[in-house]
Write a protein that binds this ligand. Structure first.
Ligand code: 13P
Ligand code: 13P
Ligand code: MG
Ligand code: MG
Length: 371
């Protein structure tokens, strides 16, 4: 076992072209130039800048641990520089996710989304980063559950003794701001009872169990759980989520981690953050949301970590094996679109309370009579 490494995947929507479609290369170059400086002066070990749709994604490796003021400050400064350029270019939604004026030591609660974990780097350390646009953190519940708990997805849970004990799920109630640790497979039905309600209960982290091949206090997967509407107090776009998942040697294999994405499950987000639609796994070059500002998309970037350096990314969904899923997602998108403004394509009423719908209802309030 090697030294401890921290991987921080921090994202923000700082502006896009046109509307909410895509981060232009010029903005990614601003981020790359700044992070290259930080790498040269030794603040971070390595970095990659990616985008999914209109979300700018910073992947950084370092030895500062999670919630580091220094690392979060670097991410914040990167987003500020990118926002400055986005404003000069009059990009759409320039600075959209930077909800607070100033950085105050930790980027959580300021608008950007964060998935980070510190762990002991193994002899070979495969790491997968997933980034979604036009949806919410609960969109990861189904795939993360299937990766770490569903024997019909992950063969290793059945045939690899090192996975047989299962995993610990850390689940957050993002409305009440509480969390619970639950054991799989023992409490599988209770876990599902919670995470099936994906707008409220989200999987935050996965841990190995005591006595497994990996340390029980080091996470093997983590998901961003920022809720933008709770930060801003009103709707400012969906909190498009990201996740990090480690693989192999006591963990699900890379292909087992990718397998649940072959099913384009329904997630909420899409147009104006107010519609249910299928999530489509796409290669980087299709990571732009067009039809009805979607459908929601996920990209996967695969790495090996070598003493903190990132070897990769491999564009994981750039594979004809996912063509069928994309075709299926396109069919489901068409089917859902035919519902127009009707539920369950449009989100249920409670979820619309965070949008501009209350303003429409307000206009009518004096015309309602008792019946
Ligand atoms: P290899 O034998 O190619 O290393 O694959 C092992 C494995 O776990 C594939 O899922
Ligand atoms: P983003 O959350 O990706 O900015 O999208 C907002 C939106 O309203 C899309 O229609
Ligand atoms: Mg946007
Ligand atoms: Mg977005």
């Amino acid at each position: 076992m090697g030294e401890k490494i921290t991987v921080s995947l921090i994202k923000a929507d700082v502006g896009s072209v046109p509307g909410h479609v895509v981060v232009p290369d010029e903005i990614k170059k601003v981020a790359e130039a700044f992070l290259e400086e930080k790498k040269q002066n030794g603040d971070i070990i390595d970095y990659r800048v990616l985008n999914v749709g209109d979300d700018l994604e910073l992947i950084m490796t370092h030895r500062e641990g999670v919630d580091s003021e220094k690392i979060h400050g670097i991410a914040w400064e990167t987003f500020e520089l990118a926002t400055k350029r986005a404003k000069e270019l009059k990009l759409y939604g320039a600075g959209q996710d930077l909800l607070k004026e100033a950085f105050s030591g930790n980027i959580r609660g300021l608008g950007p989304g964060v998935a980070e974990m510190e762990f002991t780097e193994r002899g070979a350390e495969p790491l997968l980063a997933f980034m979604m646009d036009k949806t919410e953190p609960g969109a990861f519940n189904l795939p993360i559950f299937r990766i770490f708990a569903d024997p019909f997805n992950t063969a290793g849970l059945v045939i690899d003794p090192s996975l047989h004990n299962g995993f610990v799920f850390e689940i957050w109630d993002i409305v009440e701001h509480k969390r619970v640790f639950m054991n799989s497979p023992e409490e599988m039905y209770d876990i599902l009872a919670l995470i099936g309600g994906k707008s409220r209960f989200v999987i935050k982290r996965i841990f190995p169990k005591e006595g497994s091949k990996l340390p029980a206090d080091e996470p093997v997967a983590t998901v961003s759980t920022e809720k933008l509407f709770q930060i801003a107090g009103e709707y400012v776009g969906k909190d498009d989520p990201v996740a990090l998942v480690r693989a192999q040697s006591g963990l699900p294999a890379v292909g087992e981690v990718l397998e649940p994405f072959a099913f384009p499950h329904l997630v909420s987000g899409w147009m104006r953050g107010s519609h249910n639609g299928p999530i489509m796994p796409v290669p980087f070059h299709y990571a732009k949301c067009t039809r009805f500002d979607g459908p929601p998309r996920v990209i996967g970037a695969g790495f090996q970590i070598c003493n903190g350096k990132l070897v990769g990314p491999v564009d994981l969904f750039d594979d004809p094996a996912f063509d069928y899923t994309r075709q299926k997602a396109a069919e489901i998108a068409e089917y859902m679109r035919r519902h127009g403004p009707f539920e369950p394509h449009r989100l249920p009423h409670e979820d619309m309370e965070y949008t501009t719908l209350p303003k429409v209802l307000d206009k009518l309030k004096d015309r309602f009579e008792d019946v």
